[in-house]
Structure formats: C-alpha cells, structure tokens
Design a protein around this ligand. Structure first.
Ligand code: AMP
Ligand code: GLY
Length: 414
C-alpha cells in the first residue's frame, strides 16, 4: 500500500515510525514532514493546509490510505475532499471535526447526550459574560470557542483574571474569530488523563490511557505548552474508570454524532478529569493527541495499517497492547513557549534498544540536523514499570552531550 501521513510534528513522526514497521507498506510519504521523518518516509513539500495540493499528490501517487495529524486541515474539510475524490482517508469530516473545532458545539452536544462535563454558559457579549462571572465567582474557566493552538483556555483562579480573560477574548480579540464566542465553565478538580479511540460511526476501539504534562517547568510550574512529556498507561486510572468512560463518554459520543447526522470516523480523543463524581470531559479532540501518541503507539502490538483498514471496513481490529509502560520527555528550545532560537544543532543520542527518539521541530540542513521549532524532539523509552521507563530516559539524557540551547523537565512520569 501507498500511505501518506499529513503533518510535521512529533505525533506524525510517531505515526510514520509505526506505519513504517508494516509489511503492507510499499511507499510511505509525509507532507510536509520534518528532519527526523526522512529516515522512514519520503517528505513531500506540501503544506498541511494545502488541501488541493494534497489531493493532487494522493491521486498522482495512488495513495491507498491517508492519515491526518493536525486539527486545522480537519476543520477545513480535508477528509471531505479526499472522500469526494474516492481517496481512502482515516479522519473525520469537518462536520464531525466540529467536536474539537467548536467548544460551544461540544458543550451543547454533551449536555444533550448526558455526557459528564463541567457546567457552562456560552457568550459573545462581554457585559453578559462578566455578569455571569460576578455571579459564579472564581476559580472559573474561560475558553475561546474555536481552534486556538491549545492557547485558548484560561483557568482563572481569581475573578479579576477571569474578567481580564473576557476582555482579552471578546474585546481585544486575542484569538480573533476563534475567540468571538467564549465558553465559561465550572472549575473541576482532579487528575487528568487522555483516552483515545479508533472510531468508525458507532464502533469504538479504545487505546491505553496516557497523561501529558502541559506546563513548561518541573512540578507543573510555568506557562502551558503543547506538552513537555507523557506516559502510558496511567497507573491511577482503574478498570472501573475506564469502563465508565467507555460507557458514558466515548460510546454515547460516537452514537450521538451519528444521530446528529455527523458520523464520526477517525480518532476520538477525550481529555478527562477524575472528579469526586467520576471522570468528566475537559475537552474533545478529533485527532491523535500530541505527545500522547508518541508514548501510546510504541505499546501497540498490531500492524497499524491493518488497524486503520479494519476500522474503516467496520471490522474489530482486535487491538493488543504490550504489558509495559512507555514514557517520553520533550527536549525544547530555551525560551519555549515564549520566543526561542532555531537552527541549534541536535545533540547525538546514544540510543539503546529500549529507547527511541521522535522528532518534532527539526530540519535537515545538508546532513546536519538542526532545531526548527520550540518542541524539538521527544526521548522515549519502554520499561516493565513506569519508573524503569523514565529512569532509562533520564539516563540517556544525562549521558548526552551538547545540549546547550535546550531544556527538558526532570519530573515526567514521576
Ligand atoms: P483544554 O485545552 O480544553 O484541554 O484545556 C487546557 C487545560 O486547562 C486542561 O488540560 C486543564 O488542565 C485545564 N482546564 C480546562 N477546563 C477545565 C475545567 N473546567 N476545570 C479545571 N481545569 C480545566
Ligand atoms: N495533548 C493534548 C492535545 O493533543 O491536544
């Protein structure tokens, strides 16, 4: 089969690595890809938002399966266009991707289908939003309705912060159109975890759980980032929590989308929080999570091409998982998530059999690998326990020279 992965980050490199193991793959392409992917895939210089360019490429190369990484092309209708052209694609249509693309849609949907989540209200008028905050008090959470690259959520610990967030989004238009409607919701407390599933209409096949670390610095200090590390599975999520999440969250979501005339095919990602009343939804994504994917796929025993094919054909892919833990620590450019330098030489890692490197912001300059983003790469390892996996990673990082210009968290999975 000829397989195309759309995207350029760590999630997509992880997909490329897993897909490249499949004996069914003849040609593997990534568009646009990154410096690290070139080992396993041919990187094609087509932007992930150039949907027509990708359609033309897929037809030209007789692509048998396309997997889409990021949310923006999904919301722009890339799956719709591929389907119109008869090109097999594992991704939701824009009508289904709205579950991530509009937080107000997701909240109304959850309310209608009785899916546990924080109570909320939707506003586009700043005065009304502020009156609601005055009434409810803090802590309280303010969210831009649309896609804001993971930056559109303000967890306001004080009323002043909440009122400021309303001004930023509705008055100063900090997220332009994405923030012209906002969701204000109840602050929930508990440990978070991510649960993803392969979905085709009403069929839901869950993966193992993962937890990511979103803050920049140790002990969850510093600004929010795209994710500084992750591990899977999450030891504190019980079998009962998982069953509840399948029965009351993932399955009713797939069923509800079908009833809404928005059948969902692709990866359904539930960001969940363990409250005293059980798991509740913090957010839905309609794609693989980053960096969760980088620590989940290495535990999957199945051929990933076969999994996508089976799910698309309405067959149970019979997912099998290694009875191990997997962790990943992100190496980021100093200054990230604020401003940072690019073009820093990537250190040479002495990889062992149990470790792996997933590239995110890297590029090849001749034969040298240079940094090309804030989150540069992820160092990962598997182990019989989570501790063994993280110890292996930190050993590798400690033994790696020439890390100037980069930083990482010392407490991932710990
Ligand atoms: P999101 O982009 O929706 O995942 O939100 C980013 C982060 O904000 C989440 O991972 C949570 O840590 C936090 N968050 C979002 N919604 C809530 C909420 N209702 N209560 C507490 N924390 C929240
Ligand atoms: N790890 C969170 C996300 O992919 O949005």
């Amino acid at each position: 089969m000829n397989v195309l992965v759309v995207g350029r980050g760590g999630r997509e490199h992880s997909l490329v690595m897993k897909l490249s193991e499949s004996k069914q793959v003849t040609n593997l392409y990534a568009a646009p890809g990154n410096g690290g992917m070139q080992q396993q895939a041919a990187c094609i210089d087509i932007d992930e938002m150039d949907i027509e360019g990708l359609v033309v490429f897929a037809k030209e190369k007789s692509i048998d399966l396309t997997v889409i990484g990021p949310e923006n092309p999904l919301n722009a209708g890339i799956a719709n266009r591929f389907k119109e052209e008869g090109l097999p694609v594992f991704a939701p249509t824009k009508e289904a991707a709205i579950l991530e693309g509009s937080k107000s849609f997701a909240k109304e949907f959850m309310q209608q289908y009785d899916i546990p989540t924080a109570s909320y209200a939707v506003f586009s008028d700043a005065q009304q939003a502020k009156a609601y905050i005055e009434e409810k008090g803090a802590p309280i959470v303010i969210k831009a309705d649309g896609l804001a690259a993971g930056k559109g959520v303000i967890v306001a610990l004080t009323k002043a912060e909440a009122l400021q967030a309303v001004d930023d989004m509705l008055v100063s238009k900090a997220f332009s159109g994405a923030g012209s409607t906002i969701v204000i919701e109840e602050f929930l407390e508990g440990k978070e975890f991510s649960l993803m599933a392969f979905v085709n209409e009403n069929q839901v096949f869950p993966m193992v759980t993962a937890r990511d670390h979103k803050r920049a610095f140790d002990h969850d200090k510093g600004p929010n980032t795209g994710g500084m590390g992750a591990f899977a599975p999450v030891p504190d999520v019980t079998e009962e929590d998982l069953q509840f999440s399948m029965e009351h969250i993932l399955k009713p979501t797939a069923d509800g989308m079908l009833k809404e005339g928005r059948p969902f095919t692709g990866i359904l990602y539930a960001g969940l929080i363990m409250t005293a009343e059980g798991p509740k939804v913090i957010e839905f994504n309609t794609r693989f999570g980053d960096p969760e994917t980088q620590v989940i796929l290495p535990l999957l025993k199945n051929d990933l091409v076969q999994v996508f094919t089976d799910v698309l054909n309405g067959k149970n892919p019979q997912l099998e998982w290694e009875d191990q833990s997997c962790a990943g620590v992100v190496l980021a450019a100093e200054g990230y998530p604020g401003s940072y330098n690019k073009g820093i030489p990537i250190p040479a890692f002495n990889k062992t059999e149990s470790t792996f490197i997933v590239h995110a912001g890297t590029k090849l300059d001749g034969t040298s690998l240079l940094s090309d983003g804030g989150r540069v790469l992820l160092t990962g390892a598997k182990g019989n326990t989570l501790k063994q996996a993280t110890d292996t990673i930190y050993q590798l990082l400690k033994n790696t020279k020439d890390q100037s210009g980069f930083f990482y968290r010392n407490d991932i999975g710990r």
